[in-house]
Design a protein around this ligand. Structure first.
Ligand SMILES: Cc1cc2nc3c(=O)[nH]c(=O)nc-3n(C[C@H](O)[C@H](O)[C@H](O)COP(=O)(O)OP(=O)(O)OC[C@H]3O[C@@H](n4cnc5c(N)ncnc54)[C@H](O)[C@@H]3O)c2cc1C
Length: 378
């Protein structure tokens, strides 16, 4: 195991120097590792690595910069792969198009993220600061207690399980929440909203540097420019996702796009439009029943998932990673309340966010008779 650069590794437990093992190398896992290395802790990140799952294409609010600064990685968003996001253009609650720009924000503009580039950047930063990145592994189980945890890792080549000794284990495996599952922690799901995502080329589209959101009878659309002709489209719904007989997913999406009031025009009325990829992803809101315990905690989507309407997922992953590192450090230093406090704060944040989401959904009353919206009001 390499020493962390420039800092003295401190996770020396009972005479043995054990790392914090992190399951999952998305934004939450990488942020936790970067924050831990800043405090002098060693970490090992286990991630399947390849093939990389198709990612949704996210928007980041301006205040993400404040969190990135804490990790000294604010420069990552200056990469030309990420597009500037000036705010939201919304058709929500009325038939009018409203621009809600970030002008009043002290942090300036937001971003439309190139997610794959962002993950590579985070990985390089974590490694540069001394974290060990184990690509090609999947955490399958965890046992033990703080200071003496044992993590089972299966390589995706199917070889026999490897065992890693750890002083602490972090579940950053996203919606899989693999560590929590292996510990028997269940999950409270508030809804089953699904995103049908598409990366398209739309020559002549008129989406400006904002996130375009349009509410429709059985869900809502999200569209963002990715540079040049490329656009990411997401239909968030839980209604009527089954394509008609003989209809493919992209035809289904096109049929439903035609029913929008404004979005189809912003896409140039589909002239020359081509679908690169269409896929469905779960996007519902959920929270683990327990977010920390003796020798482990969960961070990011593994702890709580948020409806994309909140645009809070990556902020939660990065901010949660920073807080997780403090909680781990405190717990390893003998503060017996640190993990309970972490659990409490994460669940409280989740409850606040759910209340804000309900409020946002209630702002749209044009479709209040429709099942999708009635489910959201609950
Ligand atoms: C359609 C959609 C739109 C969204 N839009 C936005 C948005 O606009 N803004 C925003 O902020 N958020 C958005 N989100 C949410 C955001 O994508 C997530 O909150 C964010 O990716 C969570 O990061 P994470 O690191 O917790 O998990 P992930 O990004 O899921 O990373 C988890 C990692 O763990 C790995 N892994 C899984 N199982 C294991 C295992 N057993 N062992 C080891 N590794 C494992 C995975 O391969 C992956 O690399 C959106 C989500 C969806 C579905």
């Amino acid at each position: 195991m390499e020493e962390s650069t420039g800092t003295q590794a401190r996770n020396v437990v009972k005479g043995a120097e054990l790392p914090v093992v992190i399951a999952g190398g998305g934004p939450a896992g990488a942020a936790t590792a970067i924050a831990l290395s800043g405090m002098g802790y060693k970490s090992v990140i286990v991630d399947p690595g390849t093939p990389v799952a198709v990612k949704a294409g996210e928007s980041l609010p301006p205040n993400i910069l404040h969190l990135l600064q804490q990790l000294d990685i604010q420069h990552l968003l200056q990469d030309a792969a990420h597009q500037i996001n000036l705010g939201n253009t919304v058709v929500w609650g009325s038939d009018e198009v409203l621009d809600r720009v970030f002008l009043a924000e002290p942090w300036g503009n937001g971003w439309h993220l190139n997610r794959l580039v962002f993950e590579q950047q985070l990985k390089s930063e974590a490694e540069r600061r001394g974290a060990v990145w184990m690509d090609g592994g999947i955490v399958t189980g965890v046992e033990g207690k703080q200071g003496a945890m044992r993590v089972s890792v299966r390589s995706d080549s199917g070889r026999a399980d490897q065992k890693l000794d750890a002083c602490f284990v972090v579940d950053a495996s996203g919606r899989h929440s693999s560590v929590l599952r292996s510990l028997g922690v269940s999950r409270h799901r508030l809804d089953d909203i699904t995103a049908v995502c598409a990366f398209v080329t739309a020559p002549g589209h008129r989406l400006q540097s904002t996130t375009f959101v349009e509410a429709v009878q059985d869900g809502w659309w999200y569209a963002a420019p990715l540079g040049g002709d490329r656009v990411v489209l997401n239909l968030m719904t839980d209604i009527g996702l089954r394509p008609k007989t003989g209809e493919g997913k992209s035809d289904m999406l096109l049929r439903r796009l035609k029913q929008t009031m404004y979005l189809h025009e912003r896409l140039g009325n589909f002239a020359g439009m081509g679908f690169e990829e269409v896929f469905a992803k779960p996007a519902g809101t959920s929270c683990a029943d327990r977010i920390s315990g003796d020798g482990w905690l969960a961070v990011g989507d593994a702890a709580c998932t948020y409806d994309p309407l909140s645009s809070y997922g990556i902020t939660s992953a990065i901010g949660g990673g920073i807080y997780a590192a403090y909680a781990i450090s405190d717990a390893l230093s003998g503060n017996s309340h640190a993990l309970d406090a972490y659990n409490h704060v994460q669940q409280q944040t989740f409850n606040n966010c759910v209340a804000m989401l309900a409020h946002q959904y209630r702002q749209e009353s044009r479709f209040s008779e429709k099942v999708f919206w009635q489910r959201r009001y609950l």
